[in-house]
Write a protein of this length. Structure first.
Length: 129
């Protein structure tokens, strides 16, 4: 029995839900989870585009750069640099080696910037849908 392909719109619906969760985490000072949810939101949006352009279920990966490459998405240098930075935050925010160090690394100011840029990235990715 073959599994039905998830619609790109469903991926984007989940990406929107995740960025809203990131905002909620930010409001409560859970900055590590804010960054984690930002990554997840952008990841799901990219998987939505992967589904749209390649007509197949996305590879099980959390690597944003891999997804961009697979769908041949042309992003500005600034956007690509941000996604590169967000991509590097994936594993450490999921499985911090040192919670206190991570809490210091993702200050309110840094996290606010990640959230803002993630929302801008998500908005830009939606224009590619």
């Amino acid at each position: 029995m073959s599994k039905e392909l998830k619609k790109p719109e469903e991926w984007f619906k989940q990406a929107t839900y995740d960025i809203e969760t990131a905002e909620a985490m930010f409001k409560t000072g859970r900055y590590i989870y804010t960054v984690f949810m930002c990554h997840l939101s952008v990841e799901k949006a990219l998987k939505g585009l992967y589904t749209k352009y390649l007509k197949q279920t996305p590879t099980k990966t959390h690597n944003l750069l891999y997804l961009i490459e697979k769908i041949k998405l042309e992003a500005s240098e600034e956007l690509y640099d941000f996604i590169f930075r967000l991509n590097r935050a994936s594993v450490p925010t999921r499985y911090p080696d040192d919670l206190e160090r991570m809490k210091k690394e993702y200050s309110r100011k840094i996290t606010e910037d990640v959230l803002k840029k993630s929302k801008e990235t998500l908005k830009w990715l939606k224009t590619r849908l």
